[in-house]
Design a protein around this ligand. Structure first.
Ligand SMILES: [Zn+2]
Length: 111
């Protein structure tokens, strides 16, 4: 396994991070790829210890527990490697590394 924190390169370097309305996020990466995220989808992918069992990696959070109306209350940058969100349900413990965001963008299209 690669160490996420040490992973560098244009595919995991955001060039621009833009909030897109109340419930959208757009990231343009240094390699030119543009990714659009929707708040409920990101929230359901929250990687924090309340949403994913730290030891088994199994997702504890039930997708249906998250409203499709969920919006983003606040976004902050964590160090140089991640974003953290405060959602309209007041959850704010998830740290989304740029690598993880890029994986979500590449992997779960249309979810
Ligand atoms: Zn969480």
């Amino acid at each position: 396994m690669n160490n996420v924190m040490e992973r560098r390169g244009p595919a995991v370097e955001p060039r621009e991070i833009m909030q897109d309305g109340d419930a959208g996020l757009r990231i343009t990466w240094a390699d030119g790829r543009e990714c659009h995220f929707k708040a409920p989808v990101l929230r359901r992918s929250c990687p924090c210890a309340q949403c994913v069992n730290e030891w088994t990696g199994q997702r504890v959070l039930q997708p249906e527990a998250i409203s499709d109306e969920l919006s983003i209350s606040d976004i902050s940058i964590v160090g140089r490697y991640a974003l953290s969100f405060r959602w309209s349900d007041n959850h704010e413990t998830g740290i989304y590394s740029f690598r993880y965001l890029r994986e979500l963008c590449e992997g779960d299209n249309g979810q």
